[in-house]
Design a protein around this ligand. Structure first.
Ligand SMILES: Nc1ncnc2c1ncn2[C@@H]1O[C@H](COP(=O)(O)OP(=O)(O)OP(=O)(O)O)[C@@H](O)[C@H]1O
Ligand SMILES: [Mg+2]
Length: 166
């Protein structure tokens, strides 16, 4: 279970198994803002598994993870941009992220797109849709509209959402 909370990172009894292998056997851990925390241990001790769980790319079997609002989103986003991925898939990337950071993220995405990186973005926020070059509107499993950036309005999106594909 991942919940948003005031602490930066807090893990309680986090367990992760891969088949019969116990990668994490009940991890309790706290990280404070501004802290630089080291992880050390022999091969297979569970370090990478812990990182994956924090980044949201692995789901614990048991235990509780508390992340400060939007922290998980930021971690995922940073991870995507830090890689050399040519295409980045984003599922509501700024959910829970504060307004200032959102604007920074939009700038960053535009910059990265200009530099040749491709973004595929699911969002419900009109502000975010306006960052896209064009937007496909889905309804009942089909694309019912293709709106260019310059013609995109909230009204058009809503209108299209209620229109059947022709
Ligand atoms: N995707 C996976 N499928 C099956 N077993 C896995 C998977 N990921 C990790 N494991 C197992 O979980 C245990 C913990 O692995 P993990 O990669 O977290 O360790 P690590 O501390 O990062 O090791 P290393 O120092 O070698 O990077 C190991 O026994 C590993 O083989
Ligand atoms: Mg590792």
């Amino acid at each position: 279970m991942i919940v948003a909370g005031p602490k930066l990172v807090e893990l309680d009894g986090v367990e992760k198994h891969f088949g019969a292998v116990r990668a994490l056997g009940g991890v309790d851990l706290r990280v404070e803002r501004g802290e630089c925390l080291g992880l050390v241990g022999h091969n297979g001790a569970g370090k990478s598994t812990l990182m994956h769980i924090l980044a949201g790319t692995a789901v614990p079997d048991r235990g509780r993870i508390v992340l400060s609002g939007g922290n998980q989103q930021k971690a995922l986003f940073a991870r995507a941009l830090g890689s050399d991925a040519r295409i980045v898939l984003m599922d509501d990337p700024t959910r829970g992220v504060d307004v200032g950071t959102k604007l920074e993220v939009y700038d960053l995405i535009r910059e990265e797109a200009q530099a040749g990186r491709t973004f595929l973005w699911y969002t419900t926020e009109t502000d975010e849709l306006k960052q896209c070059d064009h937007v496909y509107v889905f309804r009942n499993g089909t694309i019912v509209a293709d709106l260019r950036r310059d013609e995109l309005t909230e009204q058009k999106v809503i209108q299209s959402s209620f229109t059947e594909a022709s």
